[in-house]
Write a protein that binds this ligand. Sequence first.
Ligand SMILES: N[C@@H](CCC(=O)N[C@@H](CS)C(=O)NCC(=O)O)C(=O)O
Length: 113
Amino acid sequence: MMTLYTLPPAFGLRNPSPFCLKVEMALTHLGLDFEIATEANPQKAPKGKMPWLVDDGIIPDSELILDHLDKKTDGGIFSALAPEEVAVGTAFTRLAEDHLYWMVVASRWLDDE
Ligand SMILES: N[C@@H](CCC(=O)N[C@@H](CS)C(=O)NCC(=O)O)C(=O)O
């Protein structure tokens, strides 16, 4: 059985990490058998960030995990999309997760109001 390592619940949320929730949602959507293990210290993660998946080996990073799950399920995530749509999706994912994400983090945690 696969094990998804995620952050534990915090701030009244079942999981404070959108990356962990994204992978959990994909695993659930695909109907795959998995268990969740929590790790509060991202420094213990293979790449220092949550989540990671243990399947046939260790897979870090939510995007790499989605690619792994897509291959494992013969296109269960991306096969309905044309290559152009996958490319546009990848671009928006980079924009949201690598750039806009930090603005959301700053407004949530650095702005007292
Ligand atoms: N590109 C990574 C980003 C994951 C990420 O930033 N996770 C955060 C939690 S939301 C984390 O573990 N941060 C710890 C740190 O940066 O020290 C992915 O998609 O999995």
